[in-house]
Write a protein of this length. Structure first.
Length: 103
């Protein structure tokens, strides 16, 4: 499945739109404790443990986005936006876009 931040797909024609789809992933408060537990990972202000958790959350959100696009009848998602929010000491990663059929 093609997933892109652009409104169109080069070389493809969007034949139909299936609506907005979204995928989410929430990292619990344990992630913050784990980050501090892996303080030795911090080099130059970066934490490998935290970055790995963010990558996993982003991958989960995008995977859910693709699943929901397929359920809606699409074979691609255009206009994808990734958002990161902190809610009550939990980090939420959400991905949203428009499910489309592209040929």
């Amino acid at each position: 499945m093609i997933v892109t931040t652009t409104p169109t797909i080069e070389g493809k024609t969007i034949e139909s739109y299936h609506g907005v789809v979204a995928g989410e992933a929430i990292l619990g408060a344990n992630i913050f404790r784990d980050v501090f537990a892996h303080i030795t990972d911090i080099v130059g202000g970066r934490s490998g443990a935290y970055e790995k958790s963010l990558m996993e959350a982003r991958s989960t959100a995008l995977r859910e986005l693709e699943e929901r696009a397929a359920e809606a009848g699409g074979n691609a998602v255009v206009g994808v936006d990734l958002d990161y929010e902190v809610i009550n000491n939990m980090l939420m990663v959400s991905a949203s876009g428009t499910a489309v059929t592209a040929r």
